[in-house]
Every structure is written in C-alpha cells, then in structure tokens.
Design a protein around this ligand. Sequence first.
Ligand code: ADP
Length: 224
Amino acid sequence: MVTAAAPMHLVMFGRPGSGKSSLAEHLGAEFGYQLIRTGEMLREAVRRGDFLGARVENHLARGDLVPDELIFELLEINLKSPQKARLLFDGFPRTLGQVELLDRFEKKLGFAIDCFVDVVVTREDSVARMTGRRVCPTCGATYHLLAKPPRLPETCDIDGSHLEKRKDDTMEVVSFRQKIYEEQTQPVINHYLAVSPEICRSVDGGQSVDAVYAETCRVLGVRR
Ligand code: ADP
C-alpha cells in the first residue's frame, strides 16, 4: 500500500552494518519503492564478471570506495528508465563528488529527492553486526547469525546454497570501512543537513529491527 504522505524519492544513509539495507528492503516491499543499491549492483557486476565488475572487484574486497566515475557509469546503465515511480537510494551518494552526480541524475531524469534518512548506530554496534553477517552467493539474500539466522545452519532459506561471509566483512576490512564512512560519507550527511535541513531525518538504528522500522515510518510520516 502506498500512502499519499510517503516521500516520493528517498536517500538512506547509515554506517556499514547499520541495518539500512534491510530497512530499505522492508520499505520497498511495503510502499513500492524501487531500490537503487549501488553495493548490490557492484557485487552483481563482480559475480557476472563483466568489464565493470573486473574494475571494481579489488575496491570491494579492500572495503575501499569505488571511484566516482565508475559509480556514474553504473548508475547511467541502471537508472536509464526507472521501473517504479518511487526511488529509494541505498548506498549513494557516498562522497561529496557523488552529491554532484545525484544532482545531475535528478535534472536529467526529472526527479527530486524529498527525504534524506540517516540510520544512526555507534561504530561498536555496527562492527559487531557486520561480523555476524552471512550472504547467499547465489541470490544475494542476507542473514545474521544472531539477528536473522537462516532456518538451517549456514544454508540459504530461498535456494539452499551454502552461506558465505562477504569478503569485505573480515575484521580488518570492517574497521577500514568504518573509517571510510566517517571520512567520506559523514560529510555528505553534514552537507544535506546544512543545505536542506527541512527534509533530513534521523532514526535510532540501535533499537530492535521492528522498532527501527516503526520509527522510520513515523519520521517519514507514513501510515501502515
Ligand atoms: P555497506 O553499506 O555495508 O558498506 P554496500 O553494499 O552498500 O554495503 O557497499 C559495499 C561496497 O560497495 C562498499 O564498501 C564500496 O566498496 C562499494 N560501494 C557501494 N556503493 C558505493 C558508492 N556509492 N560509491 C563508492 N563505492 C560504493
């Protein structure tokens, strides 16, 4: 069900491990957003082994950001003709350079972001969550050993594949990704807080999954 009050186009921010991607999936399913998830698009390109995948693979494994010009290429391909009226960006923009890219896509495709949501968790909480994360190498479904375990140990509920740890979820890479987030993405949030405070919202991501979802719906002003 889509309510009249739901924002049309959203950007979600949050540290790696903040739970923003699960939240985005839930919002997408309930309110009909098309999810634009750059991380998933990049991992998909690596799985396919195409030209873009080959150029981004090392960045992903190191936990480093992919250069802005490759993110532009990725979105040029994937944003050509959005299938749904409402867009939810998960993982973009992540650098001040990408703020400009978003401006360009808004003008070119004729849409305007009307809400920025920051899912706030401490560095310690997000690190703990990331190390328990497991993914399905076949369909990309994500699980968590404590918060969202699969029905059978280490096995995907959807297709039965053996679950894996993401290459960038090792302790060393996880700490690096937190640092990158603080240095490169926090300034993006500060930018929008300075230029468009009226459409910036923040949610306490340290609560239970249900409580975070309820608070997100409340700050978005949507009825369920
Ligand atoms: P997380 O939010 O846990 O970091 P994502 O799936 O959003 O997970 O991103 C995984 C990786 O994909 C990042 O560490 C980075 O290497 C790359 N990536 C995703 N989105 C972007 C982006 N907008 N700009 C640069 N790199 C990106």
